[in-house]
Design a binder for this molecule. Structure first.
Ligand SMILES: N[C@@H](CCC[C@H](N)C(=O)O)C(=O)O
Length: 326
């Protein structure tokens, strides 16, 4: 019987579904339907997820596995930063390796076990790549140019500047004061840009950010295919790059601390010549393990499975609490 692992990175919650445990293996369409069903379930152990991370074998050299990201609405995403840390931990435990590559839709990405954040709060560092800025890579349209780099978009909001960066999933980023960030704009703009609209036909992850101090940010994300989330790893990474680009030109090397509604991450942002190097480091927490017969899972008989919670969440929450008292 397959076991799905429930995980989170900064409280961005997922089930890891390892397709190699299934015979026959479910199709991506079946897994998309499963994501929607879990989200709609009235069982609180299952309905708080932001998606499913599908693990497959990889045929690429040095890759310990392949990750495919299925959003909560069943759509497919090219990347997930918080999810990749949890998949890295899963594959590390399966293979005994601490440093390896994971195949994702657009790139084979370096992942590595990092120092624990606190007792029972394991962490991983993951590469976020490739970095893209051009309209065709999102796509976006009718925004008056091929890139959006810290400039007004009066079509979207009269008083804000925006930056568009794909890593490679698409992100729209704006820095603002606390009052604007906690106001109602993101709840209006997020659904608008992820419904039928002339600007982002495939939708976009919308990141609102506040600068707390030098190399310190708070980021809140309205995610494509999900809605408001506790944290978006690629969003925090793209926002850290946008922050550094607004302050430094030429070569740079920063470690940005990013707070989010679910915790905190570190983002290493470096540029040498035309090459960007982005690395996201934070927790990879296992919330529970759910063993269920494959037909019960795929037919939505979720009460037939056996879900066992771990004790890691208490340790994670204690670590989050310790951040507030620092
Ligand atoms: N939560 C993720 C991003 C997941 C994909 C996103 N919803 C999209 O459709 O691009 C992260 O941690 O990066």
């Amino acid at each position: 019987m397959p076991t799905l692992r429930k995980v989170h990175g900064s409280e961005n919650r997922f089930f890891i579904l390892d397709r190699t445990q299934f015979d026959p293996q479910p199709s991506l369409d079946q897994i998309s339907q499963l994501a929607v069903q879990l989200k709609q379930s009235d069982d609180e152990r299952f309905n708080d997820i932001d998606g499913i991370l599908v693990v497959d074998q990889s045929t690429h050299p040095d890759c310990a596995g392949k990750m495919t990201v299925v959003n909560a609405d069943g759509s497919i995403a090219s990347m997930c930063g918080n999810g990749l840390r949890t998949v890295a931990r899963y594959l590390a435990e399966q293979t005994g390796q601490t440093k390896f590559l994971v195949e994702t839709q657009d790139a084979d990405l370096h992942v590595e076990q990092a120092a624990t954040l606190a007792p029972a709060v394991p962490a991983f560092g993951v590469e976020i790549a490739p970095v893209r800025f051009h309209a065709a890579d999102f796509p976006f349209a009718e925004l008056g140019g091929d890139t959006v780099l810290n400039r007004p978009l009066p079509q979207l909001a009269p008083d804000l500047d925006f930056t568009a960066i794909a890593v490679p999933n698409p992100h729209l980023i704006s820095f603002m004061d606390h009052t604007t960030l906690t106001g109602e704009l993101q709840a209006k703009l997020g659904p608008y840009l992820n419904g039928e609209n002339p600007y982002f036909p495939d939708g976009v992850n919308l990141n609102f950010a506040e600068i707390l101090g030098p190399d310190q940010l708070f980021v809140k994300t309205y995610e494509r295919g999900v809605g408001f989330t506790n944290a978006c790893g690629t969003g925090m990474t793209a926002t850290s790059l946008a922050y550094v680009l607004n302050h430094d030109q030429g070569d740079f090397d920063h470690v940005v601390t990013v707070y989010n509604p679910g915790g905190m991450v570190k983002v290493h942002v470096a540029r040498t010549g035309q090459d960007y190097s982005l690395r996201l480091i934070a927790n990879a927490t296992t919330l529970g393990n759910w063993t269920i017969h494959d037909t019960d899972l795929l037919e939505g008989h979720f009460d037939q499975g056996n879900y066992q919670a771990t004790t890691e969440e208490a340790a994670y929450q204690a670590w989050v609490k310790s951040l507030q008292t620092k």
